[in-house]
Design a protein around this ligand. Structure first.
Ligand SMILES: NC(=O)c1ccc[n+]([C@@H]2O[C@H](COP(=O)([O-])OP(=O)(O)OC[C@H]3O[C@@H](n4cnc5c(N)ncnc54)[C@H](O)[C@@H]3O)[C@@H](O)[C@H]2O)c1
Length: 434
């Protein structure tokens, strides 16, 4: 395959060198003449393990070269891979000027093509950039709709500097976002079966967002480990051993558990233990800014639901589920009890239903908690879920059976889903009112 790679930075050089090594005919397009000269002399313009030898081999074999002007190569290339920089602007937003410019150059260069060129965008861009900037710029520059002279996909790059060649060869995953499944599959086909990794196709926006979710997750993981390490050091505990044991748990810790967007956490352990750790840290004069931000962030999710309810202004609100976990009657620190409290405080009429919660059977600390927080519970708690049909809005705190959702939908009851259950039924998104 004849491939043009735009942008000879870290991502572009590694991509060009690896695809040349796979047997493709690769040209690197780069405005910096010094980088082009180095590449054509068989030298890597960047210091990175294995890249030097790959570049040397590719150039010697005649499969890798570089140019400052890619127009001639775009006439007959099968594929162009765009790896230009997307640096931060002074205000933290992403400067997309290089992306815009490369789209203008490519669009103008492909307007004479009878066969569309495949354009694979690898530069990291905020979600919506492909649809809002890349595609319109290409269309304006080539003077024809997408599909005539080009077909574009977004294919985020996950390699890490320092191990970029092995990350390219053994990727953690291969993700392609496209409007057309055929375009996504054609991009995946760039990687023969030796690239053993999960192959995922999705929308342009999801692919763009995955890159940010990944990098932010890595940043959060590092900060978490550092804050736990700081706390441990102040208490003469081996933080490395603590984190090693944490990471040995692949059921609850390093797993998809607790990693689906949803509602605020609560219950008798998470808020209590977080508060305890923060109080101990304060006593030891340690600042843990990320962990200190967790409870305020958690609270924000509750506020958001209150705002959504206020915007709808229903006469009566139903809560399907009240205990902090479905199938239990543990109401202590349940975020849904707090939600009920806050709704009552602003004068909403409430109907509550939870299959596991029966006012007459509550006892011990569970009963004293609810007596202090929601003394009117027994008046609002309905034994039968049919009572919720009288509400004009039902908040799904627990997952309802599909038959109940259908019943409410047919009765015109609006549903606010905090569980993700509706998303699985009909693709509705979290938090939407319908
Ligand atoms: N560096 C990484 O580890 C890494 C990993 C994954 C994703 N990314 C993302 O990939 C993109 C590229 O990153 P990088 O570190 O390789 O960037 P970089 O800044 O090192 O290199 C970008 C190159 O693009 C060139 N360029 C600019 N305009 C051009 C044009 N019109 N035509 C051709 N070349 C042009 C620049 O001269 C530069 O050499 C960024 O969006 C980055 O966020 C980087």
């Amino acid at each position: 395959m004849k491939i043009a790679v735009f942008g000879m930075g870290y991502v572009g050089v590694v991509t060009a060198a690896c695809f040349a090594d796979d047997g493709h005919d690769v040209v690197g397009v780069e405005p910096a003449a010094a980088k082009v000269e180095m590449l054509n002399a068989g030298c890597s313009p960047l210091v990175e393990e294995h890249v030097g030898s790959l570049v040397q081999r590719g150039v010697a074999a005649g499969r890798l070269r570089a140019v400052t002007d890619g127009r001639a190569d775009l006439r007959d290339a099968d594929l162009a891979i765009i790896c230009v920089g997307t640096p931060s602007a002074a205000d933290g937003t992403v400067d997309l000027r290089f992306v815009r410019r490369v789209c203008e150059e490519i669009g103008a260069a492909v307007r004479e093509r009878s066969e569309p060129i495949r354009l694979v965008f690898r530069s990291t861009m905020p979600p919506g950039s492909m649809r809002g900037i890349v595609l319109p710029t290409l269309i304006a520059s080539c003077g024809a709709p997408a599909g005539r002279h080009f077909r574009a996909v977004f294919h985020p790059e996950f390699l890490r500097e320092g191990s970029s060649v092995s990350d390219f060869r053994e990727p953690s995953k291969i993700v392609v976002g496209a409007d057309d499944e055929g375009d996504a599959r054609a991009t995946l086909a760039l990687y023969p079966p030796t690239y053993a990794a999960p192959r995922i196709t999705c929308s342009l926006e999801v692919a763009e967002m995955v890159k940010y979710a990944d990098n932010v997750f890595h940043a959060v993981k590092i900060t978490f480990a550092n804050e736990i390490g700081l706390f441990c050091r102040a208490h003469a505990i081996d933080g490395h051993e603590v984190m090693r044991i944490c990471c040995a748990d692949t059921k609850l810790n390093l797993s998809p558990a607790y990693l689906a967007p949803g509602f605020a956490f609560g219950g008798s352990c998470l808020p209590k233990d977080l508060r305890a750790l923060l109080a101990e840290a304060t006593r030891a004069s340690i600042e843990l800014p990320m962990l200190e931000g967790v409870l305020p962030s958690n609270r924000r999710h509750l506020e958001r639901v209150l705002e959504l309810v206020a915007a709808r202004n229903p006469r009566a609100v139903g809560l399907y589920g009240l205990a902090f976990k479905a199938g239990t009657d543990d109401l202590r620190d349940s975020p849904f009890v707090e939600l009920a409290e806050r709704l009552l405080a602003v004068g909403r009429r409430l109907v509550l239903h939870d299959r596991g919660v029966h006012a007459s059977r509550l006892m011990g600390r569970n009963k004293s908690f609810i007596d202090s927080r929601l003394p009117q519970l027994s008046r609002m708690l309905a034994e039968d879920d049919a009572a919720l049909s009288a509400c004009d809005l039902v908040i799904l705190c627990h997952r309802p059976p599909e038959s109940l959702v259908q019943r409410w939908t047919s009765q015109g009851v609006a549903l606010l889903d905090l569980t993700g259950a509706l998303r699985e039924v009909d693709g509705d998104a979290w938090g939407s009112l319908r």
